[in-house]
Design a protein around this ligand. Structure first.
Ligand SMILES: [Zn+2]
Length: 164
Protein backbone atom coordinates (compact mmCIF):
# COMPACT_ATOMS: atom_id res chain seq x y z
CA UNK A 1 0.00 0.00 0.00
CA UNK A 2 1.23 3.48 -0.85
CA UNK A 3 2.06 5.94 1.87
CA UNK A 4 -0.32 8.97 1.39
CA UNK A 5 2.42 11.32 2.54
CA UNK A 6 4.30 10.43 -0.65
CA UNK A 7 1.57 11.90 -2.91
CA UNK A 8 3.04 14.98 -4.60
CA UNK A 9 0.31 15.68 -7.17
CA UNK A 10 -2.89 14.32 -8.61
CA UNK A 11 -4.34 14.55 -12.12
CA UNK A 12 -7.92 15.78 -12.23
CA UNK A 13 -9.50 16.00 -15.70
CA UNK A 14 -11.75 19.01 -16.13
CA UNK A 15 -13.65 20.49 -19.07
CA UNK A 16 -15.77 23.49 -19.81
CA UNK A 17 -18.13 23.76 -22.74
CA UNK A 18 -19.19 27.17 -23.98
CA UNK A 19 -20.42 28.86 -27.11
CA UNK A 20 -19.01 32.24 -28.07
CA UNK A 21 -20.85 34.34 -30.64
CA UNK A 22 -18.89 37.05 -32.40
CA UNK A 23 -20.75 40.30 -32.91
CA UNK A 24 -19.89 43.80 -34.09
CA UNK A 25 -16.18 44.50 -34.44
CA UNK A 26 -15.19 40.91 -33.73
CA UNK A 27 -17.53 39.54 -36.41
CA UNK A 28 -16.18 42.06 -38.92
CA UNK A 29 -12.63 41.04 -38.04
CA UNK A 30 -13.41 37.34 -38.51
CA UNK A 31 -15.18 37.98 -41.83
CA UNK A 32 -12.15 39.89 -43.10
CA UNK A 33 -9.53 37.41 -41.89
CA UNK A 34 -11.52 34.71 -43.73
CA UNK A 35 -10.71 36.76 -46.87
CA UNK A 36 -7.03 36.99 -45.96
CA UNK A 37 -7.19 40.58 -44.67
CA UNK A 38 -6.44 41.98 -41.23
CA UNK A 39 -8.43 44.89 -39.90
CA UNK A 40 -8.46 46.89 -36.70
CA UNK A 41 -10.44 49.74 -35.21
CA UNK A 42 -9.12 53.16 -34.26
CA UNK A 43 -10.09 54.91 -31.04
CA UNK A 44 -11.59 58.34 -31.83
CA UNK A 45 -9.90 59.87 -28.76
CA UNK A 46 -6.39 58.38 -28.35
CA UNK A 47 -6.17 57.13 -31.99
CA UNK A 48 -4.76 53.75 -30.93
CA UNK A 49 -5.59 50.96 -33.37
CA UNK A 50 -6.75 47.66 -31.91
CA UNK A 51 -6.24 44.48 -33.91
CA UNK A 52 -8.14 42.31 -33.40
CA UNK A 53 -10.74 44.90 -32.44
CA UNK A 54 -12.97 44.44 -29.42
CA UNK A 55 -15.27 47.35 -30.27
CA UNK A 56 -13.95 49.63 -27.54
CA UNK A 57 -10.80 51.30 -26.33
CA UNK A 58 -9.49 49.84 -23.08
CA UNK A 59 -7.64 53.09 -22.28
CA UNK A 60 -10.44 55.55 -22.96
CA UNK A 61 -13.43 53.34 -22.23
CA UNK A 62 -15.27 54.46 -25.36
CA UNK A 63 -16.53 52.69 -28.49
CA UNK A 64 -14.29 52.32 -31.53
CA UNK A 65 -16.04 52.49 -34.88
CA UNK A 66 -13.48 53.48 -37.52
CA UNK A 67 -12.24 50.36 -39.29
CA UNK A 68 -8.70 50.45 -40.64
CA UNK A 69 -6.63 47.91 -42.57
CA UNK A 70 -3.66 46.41 -40.73
CA UNK A 71 -0.70 44.87 -42.50
CA UNK A 72 0.28 41.23 -42.11
CA UNK A 73 3.85 42.24 -41.36
CA UNK A 74 5.27 43.78 -38.26
CA UNK A 75 8.03 44.04 -35.68
CA UNK A 76 9.15 41.76 -32.86
CA UNK A 77 8.87 43.70 -29.61
CA UNK A 78 9.51 40.84 -27.17
CA UNK A 79 10.11 37.13 -27.55
CA UNK A 80 11.07 33.97 -25.73
CA UNK A 81 12.81 30.82 -26.82
CA UNK A 82 10.64 27.85 -25.91
CA UNK A 83 12.54 24.74 -24.82
CA UNK A 84 9.75 22.72 -23.22
CA UNK A 85 7.14 20.78 -25.19
CA UNK A 86 3.48 21.75 -25.29
CA UNK A 87 0.53 19.52 -26.11
CA UNK A 88 -0.97 22.25 -28.31
CA UNK A 89 2.05 23.27 -30.39
CA UNK A 90 3.52 20.70 -32.73
CA UNK A 91 6.80 22.44 -33.52
CA UNK A 92 10.30 21.01 -32.98
CA UNK A 93 12.12 22.43 -29.96
CA UNK A 94 13.52 24.94 -29.46
CA UNK A 95 11.30 27.48 -31.17
CA UNK A 96 10.49 31.14 -30.73
CA UNK A 97 7.27 32.68 -29.45
CA UNK A 98 7.20 36.40 -30.21
CA UNK A 99 5.11 39.41 -29.31
CA UNK A 100 4.55 41.11 -32.66
CA UNK A 101 3.34 44.63 -33.35
CA UNK A 102 1.71 44.63 -36.80
CA UNK A 103 2.21 47.64 -39.06
CA UNK A 104 -0.83 49.87 -38.58
CA UNK A 105 -1.78 48.42 -35.17
CA UNK A 106 -0.96 49.58 -31.66
CA UNK A 107 -1.69 46.31 -29.88
CA UNK A 108 0.84 43.46 -30.08
CA UNK A 109 -0.09 39.83 -29.93
CA UNK A 110 1.80 36.57 -29.41
CA UNK A 111 2.56 34.29 -32.35
CA UNK A 112 4.95 31.58 -33.40
CA UNK A 113 8.07 32.84 -35.15
CA UNK A 114 9.55 30.10 -37.34
CA UNK A 115 11.94 29.72 -40.28
CA UNK A 116 14.63 31.24 -38.10
CA UNK A 117 17.18 29.94 -35.62
CA UNK A 118 15.65 31.04 -32.27
CA UNK A 119 19.09 32.20 -31.16
CA UNK A 120 19.07 34.77 -34.00
CA UNK A 121 15.74 36.42 -33.10
CA UNK A 122 16.14 40.06 -32.03
CA UNK A 123 14.03 42.89 -30.67
CA UNK A 124 13.04 45.03 -33.64
CA UNK A 125 13.26 42.15 -36.12
CA UNK A 126 10.87 42.59 -39.04
CA UNK A 127 8.53 39.66 -39.71
CA UNK A 128 5.65 38.66 -41.98
CA UNK A 129 2.70 36.32 -41.64
CA UNK A 130 2.64 32.95 -43.35
CA UNK A 131 -0.99 32.26 -44.20
CA UNK A 132 -2.79 29.01 -44.87
CA UNK A 133 -3.61 28.43 -48.54
CA UNK A 134 -6.56 30.57 -49.74
CA UNK A 135 -8.85 27.55 -50.09
CA UNK A 136 -8.33 26.72 -46.38
CA UNK A 137 -9.08 30.20 -45.00
CA UNK A 138 -11.89 30.53 -42.48
CA UNK A 139 -13.08 32.98 -39.81
CA UNK A 140 -10.20 32.29 -37.45
CA UNK A 141 -6.84 33.69 -36.41
CA UNK A 142 -5.49 30.22 -37.18
CA UNK A 143 -5.38 31.36 -40.83
CA UNK A 144 -1.96 32.73 -39.93
CA UNK A 145 0.15 29.63 -39.44
CA UNK A 146 3.14 31.53 -38.09
CA UNK A 147 5.42 34.49 -38.75
CA UNK A 148 8.84 34.43 -40.39
CA UNK A 149 11.64 36.98 -40.78
CA UNK A 150 11.51 39.60 -43.50
CA UNK A 151 14.59 40.69 -45.42
CA UNK A 152 14.32 44.22 -43.98
CA UNK A 153 16.53 46.13 -41.54
CA UNK A 154 15.55 45.81 -37.86
CA UNK A 155 13.64 48.65 -36.23
CA UNK A 156 16.07 50.28 -33.77
CA UNK A 157 15.15 49.32 -30.19
CA UNK A 158 14.88 53.00 -29.18
CA UNK A 159 12.08 53.36 -31.75
CA UNK A 160 10.02 50.56 -30.20
CA UNK A 161 8.70 53.02 -27.62
CA UNK A 162 7.03 51.78 -24.48
CA UNK A 163 6.94 48.17 -25.63
CA UNK A 164 10.49 47.29 -24.62
ZN1 LIG B 1 -8.60 55.43 -26.77
Amino acid sequence: MNDPSEVKAIVTPTSLSYRWVATGAQAEFLNEIARGRLIGQRCPRCEKVYCPPSGNCARCGIATRETVEVQDRGTVITFCVVRVPSENIDVPLPYCSANILLDGSDMPFIALLLEVDPERVRLGMRVEAVWKPAEELGPTFENIRYFRPLAEPDVPVEQLGDWV
